[in-house]
Ligand binder design. Structure first.
Ligand code: UFG
Length: 329
């Protein structure tokens, strides 16, 4: 099936990163079924001819029926809980959805004879690194239940490889950002830096709170590696061709502090974007920056939008076109 048209089962395909990946899959002619519980998904984000099945990964019978009926050639698993802060107050839903829900899906895939699995993992599986940039060989010592739940599921994947011959690709995203023309960030409760900063520029919030200014970084605020959502999507397309399992970091390789992100957004939007210092957010590592050399070499990944101003410009274009998110349509 290498290089050919495939049937792809995409969990979380109505969400932010998943919907952009579905757009890319459709460009390559793949047949796509999206499985999403619509907690954070938007039906409008699933572009035709992809189809949407509403269902819950935590319900094995439901996911097993959906996978069994569709008989995919590959599963791409985006669905999951993904907020560091929330995981520090409610770890249960992280283990339930990210570990048990993911295992339900993996088991259903194997029972349907599908052995190709692409998983949205995270740089949060590493915890604060001893060296920057971070390659895939550094120890994984997560400092929040979110990162830990993603790490456990990576380990589940390794056992399914041994026991059932699953070929998996675990993609450890750094900070997904930016938008396609059709799809962008629209969550029930927004906690991510860039969309909140852009909300201030749109006049929907008064200021951006900076969570801590005493970290061991040059300007005291946390440093992250922002990677464009279309580039992330492209890595999944490459992963479909793989015949051996692997783990890959996906980041731009550039670190930006919270203050630097706000400054770039000021330039892109032409808005003053007032900022206020707030207490640090529990569970935040001071600095996360990728080395994505392995993804470039072994996956053949070529990020195209890896400059922060470009990333913020695309996010800003989407936000201006959808000031109330998908409800603006
Ligand atoms: N931040 C603020 N103010 C805000 C929001 C965020 O200062 O209002 C700071 C955070 O403290 C952090 C940085 O901006 O230092 C980025 O925060 P985000 O919430 O945008 O992203 P995170 O780094 O916390 O987490 C995101 C995803 C995770 C993923 C992680 C990888 O939510 O799923 O990136 O680093 F694992």
């Amino acid at each position: 099936m290498i290089g050919g048209v495939m049937r792809i089962f995409v969990t979380g395909g109505a969400g932010y990163i998943g919907s952009v990946c579905v757009e890319e899959l459709l460009k390559y002619g793949h047949e796509v079924l999206v499985f999403d519980n619509m907690e954070e998904g938007h039906a409008e984000a699933v572009l035709a001819p992809a189809t949407l099945t509403v269902g819950d990964l935590n319900n094995f019978a439901q996911v097993n029926a959906a996978v069994g009926e569709f008989r995919p050639d590959a599963v791409i698993h985006f669905a999951g809980k993904a907020l560091v802060g929330e995981s520090m107050t409610n770890p249960y839903i992280y283990y339930q959805t990210n570990v048990m829900g993911g295992t339900n899906l993996l088991e259903a895939a194997v029972r349907a004879g599908c052995k190709k699995f692409v998983f949205s993992s995270s740089c949060a599986t590493y915890g604060p690194p001893e060296k920057i940039p971070m390659d895939e060989r550094i120890p994984q010592k997560p400092i929040n239940p979110y990162g830990h739940s993603k790490l456990i599921f990576e380990q589940v994947l390794k056992w399914y490889e041994k026991v059932h011959g699953v070929v998996f690709t675990a993609l450890r995203y750094f900070n997904a950002a930016g938008a396609s023309v059709a799809n962008g960030e629209d969550r029930k409760v927004e906690t991510h830096l860039i969309p909140i900063v852009l909300d201030v520029a749109l006049g929907r919030r008064e200021f951006i709170g900076i969570f801590g200014e005493n970290y061991a970084t040059p300007d005291g605020t946390c440093i992250r590696d922002y990677v464009h959502v279309i580039d992330l999507a492209e890595a999944h397309i490459k992963a479909l061709d793989r015949t051996v399992s692997g783990f890959f970091n996906l980041g731009s390789g550039d670190g930006y502090s919270v203050r630097q992100v706000i400054d770039v957004a000021r330039k892109v939007t032409g808005h003053a974007i007032p900022a206020k210092i707030m207490p640090p957010r529990p569970g935040d590592p001071p600095r996360l920056v990728a080395s994505a050399n392995r993804a470039r070499m072994d996956l053949g990944w070529k990020p195209r939008f890896n400059k922060l101003p470009t990333i913020i410009e695309t996010a800003w274009a989407w936000r201006q076109a959808h000031p109330k998110g998908y409800r603006s349509q």
